[in-house]
Design a protein. Structure first.
Ligand code: HEC
Ligand code: HEC
Ligand code: HEC
Length: 105
């Protein structure tokens, strides 16, 4: 009986682990800019060493839900939102790399 309980707990643990990992692999599309669509790739950011709470905290993107924060270039240039990292520090600078984010279709 104990073994069965342990097995169930293990299975539950592993499957929630997977369920939590999936959203991080998500790609989100920001398609409102005339400069072209921006594709945010969760897996790429994880591989670049970024933890959930580097982005999902009160200052940056508080909610794990797309569309709750409006992203503007003014904020990015001011070092907020994507610009917390895309300022030539942790990641490439936004000012001089428009087309690394914006892809014209
Ligand atoms: C480099 C920044 C960054 C990292 C790291 C990051 N996220 Fe996100 N995530 C975002 C942004 C930006 C959004 C969209 C937020 C918004 O529009 O308000 C988002 C949205 C989400 C969503 C909602 C997706 C949807 O379809 O609505 C989930 C779930 C999520 N993140 C989970 C995670 C988890 C779990 C981790 C860690 C494993 C993680 N994120 C790491 C930036 C990040
Ligand atoms: C917590 C830090 C952090 C935040 C916030 C962040 N990024 Fe990144 N991003 C990175 C790192 C690190 C890389 C790897 C590339 C590098 O080292 O310059 C990267 C890479 C990228 C790339 C790949 C570009 C290429 O040519 O390889 C895109 C596109 C991108 N980010 C878009 C975004 C967008 C859009 C947002 C906001 C919604 C965002 N990022 C927020 C850290 C961040
Ligand atoms: C780190 C990624 C990233 C880089 C680099 C970047 N942008 Fe953006 N930009 C975004 C995101 C995300 C949005 C939000 C689009 C949406 O909501 O659909 C946006 C929105 C915009 C908008 C519409 C909203 C506004 O604030 O005016 C314009 C115009 C724009 N970008 C121009 C540029 C130009 C010009 C450059 C280079 C000097 C640039 N972007 C570099 C990610 C980036």
């Amino acid at each position: 009986m104990q073994k069965l309980a342990l097995l169930i707990v293990t299975v539950l643990f592993v499957s929630t682990g997977i369920a939590l990992a999936v959203p991080a692999e998500k790609t989100l599309e920001f398609s409102k800019s005339p400069m072209g669509v921006v594709t945010f790739d969760g897996a790429l950011h994880r591989e670049a060493g970024q933890k959930c709470k580097n982005c999902h905290n009160e200052e940056v993107f508080p909610r794990m839900k797309q569309g709750t924060v409006e992203v503007t270039m003014d904020d990015i240039y001011a070092g907020k939102l994507c610009g917390v990292c895309h300022n030539g520090g942790r990641a490439f600078d936004a000012q001089s790399n428009c087309t690394r984010c914006h892809i014209k279709q």
